[in-house]
Design a protein around this ligand. Sequence first.
Ligand code: DLL
Length: 434
Amino acid sequence: MYWDPSNETMPREKILAMQDERLVDTVKRVYQNVPFYRHKMQEMGLRPSDIKGVRDLHKLPFTNKTDLRDNYPFGLFAAPTEQIARIHASSGTTGKPTVAGYTARDLDNWSEMMARALTCAGVTKSSIVQVSYGYGLFTGGLGAHMGAERVGATVIPMSGGNTKRQIMLMEDFGATTLCCTPTYAIVLGEAIRAAGIDLSRLKLRSGVFGAEPWTEGMRAHVQGLLNIHAHDVYGLSEVMGPGVSIECEELAGMHVWEDHFIPEIIDPDTLEQLPHGTRGEICFTTITKEGMPLIRYRTHDLTVLDDTPCPCGRTHIRMKKLTGRTDDMLIIRGVNVFPSQVETALTGIDGIDPQYLLIVDLVGSLDTLAIEVEMSPTLAFDSVRSIEALRKKVDSAVSSMLGISAEIKLMPFGSIPRGEGKTVRTKDLRQNIH
Ligand code: DLL
């Protein structure tokens, strides 16, 4: 079943022709309205008329997260503030978030794409959708919410946390679809099992899980725990939010809505375009966005594009499950974390040396974060109490910067290994578990 059959099953030649037209229009618009793009193109000796279609995409400049930071907060917006209807944001590499602005039409398109996505997961008017992604600046909650409303389903806007209450309402309200991070889905599933609740008392049939990487092993685990089909959903705030791509009933790759985005795979080192079927970094060019259109946005996410026909009948290209990132961004309990944010938080705290190590692990099904921080060699402590006061200070600076809690371990000076080349600031122990 499709939400928007004419677009979702459009012949590929038509999709490609539409992309040509929309790309030409987008390039003109950003050249006119966004000084950042105008200057970049001028530096490269490019005029909008040089871009005649997708075949010319490779001539255009890339956009990086740092470009968003340098133009913080609204410098990349292509529409005046009167037309910006909403703002979302996600963690940046420093204390300042990465900001995205949406016009009313962008929100409408996003709702449509999420409606397509939820329909892929079997959501209909008669579904009851529990949205347990966080609501707020994070795009997960409101994105899933708008899509479920667009389909005409009944929405339970739970947001994250309070697991007991989530389970009680899931049962009492008869939720049929759960939207949350895969980690939280497992937390809910394990709590249901621990509470001895018989799965037949629940009406859950599908899950729409994303915002962080998860493996086929995790899929099997969560499908068993909740007795559902678990669909992978992908997105990022800069480009839109959840619903940039989604798995259909085949659960074999996520369809990217190509009437709104042009995906391409590049070699993250040479920045050359790579052919379909080759693993590399996925970049997106938005071709309908008005608030903050992006040209060749570098996601740092590694995947493969597959344009072979999908048995579901949708013609939009598929991206395989993500296999990693090219940069040092970690995703911990669905929250994006950069080691540099920790560094920013530590700067200026007396008694601390900016030597630190983030250790991420999986305890049960929950990500944990411990941060080892070195004390200054000059520090003279007179009591255990003063060490504890320093630890608390670091704890509050770090948790308010990251938006998640971490276990802070103060370490003697010199105890964190110094690298010979690039300093390794993270140790991710989760990889081998699933
Ligand atoms: O995580 C948007 C989202 C919300 C997607 C809810 C899906 C569901 P950001 O916080 O900006 O946006 O983080 C974007 O998260 O570049 C990926 O590295 C990672 N990510 C998102 N979805 C997936 C997924 C939202 N399905 C960053 N698998 C992206 C693996 C994912 N990683």
